[in-house]
Design a protein around this ligand. Structure first.
Ligand code: BTN
Length: 263
């Protein structure tokens, strides 16, 4: 992938230093190993991950040469509680990167990118901090680019999709990778400067798959059902529960009500 990327990259600091690996257990793990010494914006990318990780301890299938498996090292000078916003920036950047290559996707707050009701991309944000200070944030982004059906096991087939399955042909990973980084930097700079995520929120709202849907949310192990009303200026999901009460949540595992169940 290496050389081609520079041609498309328009950033000042995101992806200025990229470490490429043929194979890694996980780009997030490698990023953590070097994060303290690395400059902000350093990116780790691997052709394959042998133990790619998803949220909630799940695994993330990362076959060789078929996806974008990357981690960005960030060092924002903000309160650790603000890190949830960076995940939204990542999701918006992937959505806009796909738009650049004419692929329409939706954002399932806070960190999934959805096409045809299936997941095409996910984000795993991890952080190291002291009481009030962030040492670093690792933003792991996985995009299923050229996977075919045989790369996905039976259980995943109903839930996961690749771009190749959507458009029926192989996609240039370099161009998409650079596009995502370009958008990421553009949206991240105002956040870093004064915690401004207004553009990200506009994208998250516009492209939201949750708005107006009946959802189930699991937060700190507690499951509730309600309706997703909107996303507020802080990036919180506004939920109306069945008893009429309204809550704004920073993070959580959301599923959408399908015909007979939640998907
Ligand atoms: C999720 O939706 O559960 C998050 C998936 C995140 C996958 C990416 S792939 C690159 C980075 N390295 C990992 O091990 N995970 C993230």
């Amino acid at each position: 992938m290496k050389k081609e990327i520079a041609k498309y990259l328009k950033t000042d600091f995101i992806g200025k230093k990229i470490y490429y690996f043929d194979s890694l257990a996980s780009t997030n793990i490698k990023a953590k190993e070097i994060a303290m010494e690395a400059k902000e914006g350093t990116v780790i990318i691997a052709e394959e991950q042998t133990s790619g990780r998803g949220r909630l301890g799940r695994s993330w299938i990362s076959p060789k040469g078929k996806g974008i498996w990357m981690s960005i090292i960030l060092k924002p000078e903000v309160q650790p509680a603000k890190v949830a916003k960076i995940t939204l920036i990542g999701a918006a950047a992937v959505n806009q990167g796909l738009k650049d290559i004419k692929i329409k996707s939706s954002i399932k707050w806070p960190n999934d990118i959805i096409i045809e009701d299936k997941k095409v991309s996910g984000i795993l944000t991890e952080m190291s901090c002291e009481t009030n200070r962030i040492n670093y944030v690792i933003m792991g982004i996985g995009i299923n680019v050229n996977l075919s059906e045989k790369d996905l096991n039976v259980e995943l087939k109903d839930k996961v999709i690749s771009l190749k399955q959507v458009i029926g042909q192989d996609i240039d990973r370099n161009k998409l990778f650079a596009s995502v980084l370009n958008h990421f930097e553009e949206l991240y700079i105002p956040f870093k400067r004064n915690e401004d995520i207004s553009e990200t929120i506009d994208i998250s709202r516009r492209e939201s798959i949750l708005k107006g849907k009946e959802i189930r949310i699991i937060k700190a192990g507690i499951e509730k059902t309600g309706k997703a009303l909107d996303i507020d200026e802080e990036g919180q999901l506004i939920i109306e529960y069945e008893d009429g009460s309204i809550e704004r949540v920073f993070s959580g595992e959301v599923s959408i009500r399908g015909i007979d169940s939640y998907i």
